[in-house]
Design a protein around this ligand. Structure first.
Ligand code: IVH
Length: 656
């Protein structure tokens, strides 16, 4: 059954030619799972059911590469290919050679070791000499065989892990929905995904891979790159879809031209073609420099650009208050879509490129989602075009903007600015700030959309009757929230200050400020000298606090909060030890209603430490559903176990 399932995995993920439907495949998997559940002694680590396994780790182990992972020399013009050939030809005088040219995939490189035909190790490139052990994560990539079709004694292969466009778009959409930062391009997303500490999370990212190089092999013969690829294919690896064996540079160039447009149809990003001397004996004779093999080179396609006119430069205020200039453009076709807008990143970038309204500009869509303006076509600048001036007031709320030393971003820091409202509301109500139960991200968003919430003050005006008519809000839930809000009228000063979201002011700085000033009014009169004299307050924080308390929006907000009955109180012991200080934990199994990352973050926020494996010094083993081997180990060592509820109670009990 395992072999049968493996065959279907190959057909689906490697060949793109499934013979059965997804439902039929799932049924086969379920059947195998049931069989293995019945006969646990028959489970093997490389069973298709065992791709996602292993406990989350604190960090990846280091792997010293047996054969270093070299980079490739780049070139950008056909003339440079000629020069390359001329150079290496001198080193192998009189030899006949041919080329193999193949797609260059823009992901992150991975090296995978198989012993006796079974996956033994997967590692990232790192600095080329030492990488990270990402075996547990790589196993979740369905296209990567856990078992080879032939049990070669040893095989080390190199390939590229990437995130398909479709997956990337869906992931970013979901992250945006959840208020998380989006990935700039599939490459970053793939890299972030392969390096998640929990394999379960990596599995959900649906990464794919192509293999293109054999670093070491025992038990198989191959005389060329062409044969290497054929061997990889035979062993069950997904291989480069766009490749060709070519006799000379002329045909290599023709292939590069042809492949340019065919890249569009692929599910991955590709920025060029790798040209390799095909014959292995010649590759060996040519060898490598410190960084590159002499027998290969990467031809990079010029990024696709188009010319457009800047119709207007608008300044958008993001959710964190950063002002981003955006250019409205005359519509141009680029990489299969029409572009009418491009980000100008930040003011510094805009000023450096000196982009003006009316300018003709080159627009590019690299691997990035958002097109960018790369340069101005100066010859076409209309007469009288004025340099763009960044506004010194927020276009959303009119408050003066701030630029912190060392940052390129220009920001609005007005806590009542409508552009910042959602983020500010969420932060104010969050656990480490005012901890208003029932006002998590989802509710904040819902109430914001329903216009029951605008800024922080509006939280205190929520009425049960208005809430109870919203979808998903029973009378009880509405009542609970109103009560929680009532309780949040006398927050501890440190939480209140932290909740205001003053840039650079974390929980610790908030406690320091609270302990010294003891009221918001006193903080409003703070001077730079005073602030700098406080422990752990440097120029960066002091500057930010001053800019904040002097912002007219802040004064207005504090006044209105007071009117609404909010009275922060200073608590002497607010900086006492945290509830889980000095305790270490291991988590095993699936916790109810909370991801591992989140659970870990909570334990750490409460002063505890989460480690990778059970040892004698452990305070508690946190046990979820289907616990792993850690449970046995803990029992043997006599370590205390607890469920997540118990841990949550511990965190609350001793909390301030
Ligand atoms: S061959 C000795 N082939 O590009 C073997 N590399 O910019 C050298 N890459 O580090 C690598 N597609 O991660 C090779 N078809 C391909 C490739 C490829 C992508 C990556 C690889 C390399 C990087 C260099």
């Amino acid at each position: 059954m395992r072999d049968e399932i493996r065959r279907h995995e190959r057909l689906y993920y490697v060949r793109n030619a499934p013979e059965i439907t997804d439902a039929e495949f799932d049924a086969l998997m379920r059947e195998l799972k049931a069989l293995e559940d019945e006969h646990p002694d028959l489970v093997v680590p490389d069973s298709p059911t065992q791709r996602v396994g292993g406990e989350p780790v604190d960090e990846f182990g280091k792997v010293v590469h047996a054969v270093p992972l070299l980079s490739l020399e780049n070139c950008y013009a056909f003339g440079e290919l000629d020069e390359w050939e001329e150079r290496f030809r001198k080193l192998i005088p009189g030899e006949a050679f041919s080329y193999e040219a193949e797609l260059k995939i823009d992901g992150l490189s991975i090296t995978v070791l198989y012993e006796k035909g079974r996956l033994a190790l997967a590692a990232t490139r790192g600095d080329g000499a030492t990488g990270e052990d990402v075996t547990a994560n790589a196993r979740t990539i369905r296209a990567l065989p856990l078992v080879l079709t032939e049990p070669l004694p040893l095989l080390e292969v190199r390939g590229e892990v990437y995130m398909p466009w479709e997956v990337f778009k869906a992931l970013n959409a979901a992250r945006e929905e959840a208020g998380e930062a989006v990935f700039a391009n599939p490459r970053n997303a793939a890299s972030g995904s392969l390096r998640l500490l929990d394999p379960q999370l990596t599995a959900a990212r649906k990464l794919r891979t192509y293999f293109y190089h054999i670093a070491r092999v025992e038990g198989a013969e191959s005389r060329s790159q062409t044969e290497d690829i054929a061997l990889l294919e035979r062993l069950g690896f997904p291989v480069n879809p766009l490749r060709r064996h070519l006799s000379d540079l002329g045909s290599v160039k023709a292939f590069i031209q042809e492949a340019k447009d065919r890249r569009e149809g692929l599910d991955c990003e590709s920025d060029g073609i790798v040209v390799k001397v095909d014959e292995k004996p010649l590759q060996e004779r040519l060898g490598a420099t410190a960084k590159f093999p002499r027998w290969a080179i990467a031809y990079k396609y010029p990024p696709e650009g188009a010319e457009a006119r800047v119709l207007a430069i608008r300044v958008q205020v993001g959710r964190t208050g950063v002002l981003t200039p955006v250019a409205d453009l005359t519509p141009v076709a680029l990489k299969g879509s029409t572009v009418q807008r491009a980000t100008l990143h930040n003011y510094e970038d805009l000023a450096r490129k000196d982009i003006r309204v009316g300018d003709a500009v080159m627009v590019e869509k690299g691997g990035d989602v958002i097109p960018k303006v790369t340069r101005v076509v100066l010859e076409k600048r209309p007469e009288g075009a004025e340099p763009f001036r960044m506004p010194d007031h927020c276009p959303e709320c009119g408050a003066p903007v701030t630029r912190f030393p060392g940052e390129v971003a220009v920001r609005c820091i007005n806590p009542s600015c409508p552009a910042l409202a959602l983020e500010a509301l969420y932060h104010y109500a969050s656990r480490h700030a005012l901890d208003i139960e029932g006002l998590g991200w989802k509710s904040v968003e819902q109430l914001f959309k329903a216009e029951l919430l605008q800024d922080i003050v509006s939280i205190y005006r929520l009425r049960a009757a208005d809430l109870a008519v919203l979808p998903g809000w029973a009378a009880k839930k509405a009542e609970n929230l109103v009560q929680a809000v009532e309780a949040a009228k006398r927050p501890s000063l440190n939480r209140f200050l932290f909740g205001l979201g003053i840039r650079f002011v974390g929980e610790k700085a908030a406690r320091t400020l609270a302990a010294h000033y003891r009221s918001p009014e006193a903080l409003q009169k703070a001077t730079e000298e005073e602030l700098l004299a406080l422990p752990d307050i440097g120029e960066r924080i002091a500057g930010s606090v001053l800019a904040f308390v002097r912002n007219p929006g802040t004064l207005d907000l504090l006044r209105r909060l007071k009117q609404a009955g909010v009275e922060p109180v200073f608590q002497e012991d607010a900086s006492g030890p945290k509830p889980l200080s000095g305790l270490s934990f291991v988590i095993t199994g699936t916790l109810p209603g909370i991801s591992r990352d989140e659970a870990k973050a909570r334990i750490e926020a409460a002063g505890g430490k989460v480690v990778g494996s059970v040892s004698g010094k452990l305070a508690y083993l946190v046990v979820g559903e289907e616990p792993g081997s850690q449970l046995e180990k803990a029992k043997k060592l006599g370590i205390k176990t607890a469920d997540w509820d118990t841990i949550m109670t511990m965190m609350r009990e001793t909390a301030e």
